[in-house]
Design a protein around this ligand. Sequence first.
Ligand code: NOJ
Ligand code: CA
Length: 516
Amino acid sequence: MAAKQPLWLDNAIFYEIYPQSFKDTNADGIGDFQGIIDKLDYIRELGCNALWINPCFKSPFGDAGYDVADYYTVAPRYGTNEDLKRLFAEAHRRDMHVLLDLVPGHTSVEHPWFKESMKAERNEYTDRYVWTDSVWEEPQGMGCLRGISPRDGSCAINFFSSQPALNYGFLNPTLPWQQPMDAPGPRATLEELKNIMRFWLSMGCDGFRVDMAGSLVKHDPEGLGTIRLWQEVRAFLDAEFPMAAMVSEWGEPDKSLQGGFHMDFLLHFGPSHYNDLFRCEEPFFSERGKGDVSAFVEKYLENYEKSQRKGLICIPSGNHDMDRLARSIHGDNLKLAFAFLLSMPGAPFIYYGDEIGMRYVENHVSVEGGYNRTGSRSPMQWDSTVNAGFSAAPKQKLYIRQDESADRPTAAAQMADENSLYHEIKRLIAIRQAHKALQSKGEIEFVYAQKDAYPLAYVRTSGDEKILVVINPSAREVAFNCAHAPKETLYRFGSEIIFAAGKLTVPPQTAAYFSL
Ligand code: NOJ
Ligand code: CA
């Protein structure tokens, strides 16, 4: 018997909101929950039906909120818990769903648990984090904090030095300070994690995007312990919140899906070859036509097979960690990139502003631990009013300096122009939503993805429905032998694609979807 499932994921199209930079309604220069509520209709009109909101909890913001100081209270700068609850309700009223960002791996050094755990005297939080037994001993293979308190030990960190690692145990402990997963400390951490999830799910959130989901259990290279941990979480959700949706930042769907996640992310680091498509010297999505899609496809297929052809790996247009899509690709290539992103399996994720081609803002001093990521986190450009409609605060008070170029794209201008990127994306979303084969669970078979060659072609299938997708970003006409004869054209950007004598001839800078 299939358990209850969040079926809405099957046709979910996510919009990622970095709350700091989306819409400020009280003129303090920083985005807020009311701003998100005010813009839900905009997001819905584009066609997105789900949100992922970056961490919005109390935090000293050493890593933009990925350093939580209180999992149960939102950061006052965004509003109150009641405001967030209202956001959930307003989203639901529009038939939208909301994922919060769960950061289970580490807290901020400011978290009261960490302050307790730094004490020399044993207390309830002594084992909440991964500590060695002596300040002179470093945790193997991990960075650490040491010499910061009377406690005689070094504390492992997960990311920045302000992010101490919560203790979920070691798969196979070999040293006295390495606790097994079932020791009281790790068990208490996991129970607290469930409480946090309970709290927000009861308030109306629909699930979580989980930060660094694959690295909770330490010294666990195959992810065996971490998979077991998430299976336990899924069992708890199935019992109490069966409709809770879980999307992991893991990048290994064969592992994350076993752990009970519904979908995983394709990562822009590691072996995915995601950057070959959009963010390298010669991206595939470029009229220069010097890119190579084949390594990406090979890796994609490897993951697809390993996850029993579930392929529920979400490909984001960008996110708060990588360069804006429009930093490396421009013009029609952005439209062609979205013709790809919106026809692949797994739920698409559109990073706020990517729908209007917002640019990476160069030459920023790091804001809240952003470093090179800061340029991708600048405030949304809504219209031609002051601060592009983001905020009524004085310009120097804005969270991050905006793109100040005279021709910066805005949502208002793009909405008024039928030929804009915004409208192309809106059309593509509407087509995806009208065809199950194009949605999350439709199967994929690559038809043409050759080394150093164009176009890219694949068939998406659901039941009797088969759709051929052909995309040629290069500035030259290309052709390939195609066993599939296109029938109706469901979508076309660029000139007509000709099928004759078993051959598809694809004009420059073209994308099309055909029914088969
Ligand atoms: C991944 C998040 O996306 C990133 O922004 C953050 O800095 C790290 N995890 C650490 O939590
Ligand atoms: Ca504000």
